[in-house]
Design a protein around this ligand. Structure first.
Ligand code: SF4
Ligand code: SF4
Length: 434
């Protein structure tokens, strides 16, 4: 049976010699990265928070992090404030804090504790969030009959029912499933076409590149093979990003156990881990080691890269692109918040600005507002669109009507607000080099 056909159970496959152990039994017993007590109340995090900027009811990251933390430590029986569910997990506050306070880790653990202990498992919000957080399970079923699923999910009556029954906004078009997943393509192709003992990468494609935009995964494979890399496509689960954002830490840990186990095996064979989605790389690099004690988790974090980042460091990508030319195109580029957190926000603009025929325009440093599952929630839709206003405006003023970003849900928001076609940087790299 090929990997593409493997049963997609939500149960983890773990190595026999370790058990996943949750780090935090409860919110008051967290093992935070250093800095939890370093908050000097400067409020820089609050001014960087896109949700606080448009939602007067949201108390902001300082309250969600250090203030609740202190309160919780002082009074054991105090609960987590329900506003934690209004944090979109964009992680901009984490990046902005000058004092190294582990804000996103505090938010993730507080949200996990809130969902575990205070949220009714029968509530509409919990059921909706669980469905959104486990998009991969939904996509696995839907992609078995993609045309039928697309027709059903694209029906406006179904969208209205989704909103009424589940609280998933009817304002957005459900992303279409590809007629052939990336993994099916990979299996049909017969796996890697290049073999190498020296240059090896394990591709973490994530859910969206597999089920919705396999062209991104194909571009990655072709670009890396053109540089002489042997590509492996390991068995994998969701990176966990939508699970963290919805406080579903048990689901995230099950997924992380499989991912870390599979990727650890490949690290031993000399592979580096490459993601095409910046939220996936963020998850593997930062959230896994912050939240889970899993054998190999630090090694996976240390050897995970975003795709362009890896090529820029390991190959002379600039020289390769100087010699390339593509049909004249202008792009409005948006850097995802999770790319910013990894210091990758300028790389696509810097890289492609020199390519003959390409005009790249950075549309500013605003958040796209959708933040994964956040903008899909009926009650968050308007907030999500208000946050995105700056980005939409910059896109409309930019030359050209093609957008570019590394994040699948930012790309949904960009398309939703402008009607532009949105590409991943790997697709331009493929056009230029392969
Ligand atoms: S930016 Fe950091 S130090 Fe300043 S208030 Fe926020 S958490 Fe505290
Ligand atoms: S993660 Fe984003 S939405 Fe949440 S508190 Fe920080 S800046 Fe605000």
């Amino acid at each position: 049976m090929s990997d593409a056909e493997l049963p997609q159970s939500t149960e983890p496959t773990v190595q026999d010699d370790f058990e996943p152990v949750p780090v935090f039994e409860e919110a008051g017993d967290m093992d935070l990265r250093p800095g939890a007590d370093n908050c000097y109340k400067c409020s820089v995090c609050d001014t960087s928070c896109p949700v606080a900027e448009v939602d007067d009811d949201f108390p902001g990251p300082k309250f969600q992090g250090p203030e609740q933390w202190r309160l919780k430590r002082a009074e054991d029986d105090v609960g987590i404030d329900d506003s934690i569910m209004s944090c979109s997990n964009c992680m901009r506050c984490d990046d902005a804090c000058p004092s190294g306070v582990p804000l996103s880790q505090m938010h993730n653990t507080a949200r996990g504790a809130y969902v575990d202990e205070q949220m009714s498992k029968l509530s509409r919000e919990y059921v909706r969030n669980r469905i959104l957080a486990n998009y991969r399970s939904l996509a696995w079923v839907g992609s078995k009959v993609p045309r039928l699923t697309n027709a059903i999910m694209g029906n406006s009556l179904v969208q209205k029912l989704n909103e009424k029954l589940l609280g998933i906004t009817a304002e957005r078009d459900f992303p279409a499933f590809a007629t052939q997943t990336f993994r099916e393509w990979w299996a049909e192709r017969g796996g890697p076409q290049v073999r190498s003992d020296e240059k090896r990468i394990a591709y973490f494609h994530g859910c969206y590149s597999n089920y919705n935009t396999p062209e991104v995964g194909k571009a990655l494979v072709r670009v890396f093979e053109s540089f002489g890399y042997e590509v492996a496509v390991p068995r994998q689960r969701c990176s966990g990003t939508p699970m963290f954002a919805n406080g579903m830490l048990d689901d995230a840990e099950r997924a992380a156990s499989v991912n870390v186990s599979e990727l650890s095996d490949l690290l031993e064979e000399g592979y580096d881990v490459i993601a095409s989605c910046t939220s996936c790389s963020m998850s593997l690099r930062q959230e896994y080691p912050e939240l889970f004690q899993l054998s190999g988790v630090e090694e996976v974090a240390e050897n995970t890269w975003e795709s362009l980042e890896y090529l820029r460091v390991h190959e002379d990508l600039e020289a390769a692109l100087e010699a390339a030319s593509v049909d004249e195109q202008a792009f409005a580029y948006h850097a995802p918040c999770h790319a910013r957190n990894q210091g990758l926000d300028r790389q696509a603009v810097e890289l492609f600005s020199e390519v003959d025929g390409v005009k790249m325009e950075d549309v500013g440093d605003s958040c796209s507002g959708i933040s994964g599952t956040y903008g899909w929630k009926e009650e968050k839709y308007e907030t999500s669109m208000q946050i995105a206003e700056d980005m939409f405006e910059h896109m409309h003023h930019a030359d050209g009507d093609v957008g570019m970003t590394e994040c699948p849900t930012c790309s949904m928001q960009m398309e939703h607000g402008t009607g532009y076609e949105i590409k991943h940087p790997l697709q331009l790299l493929e056009d230029a080099l392969v």
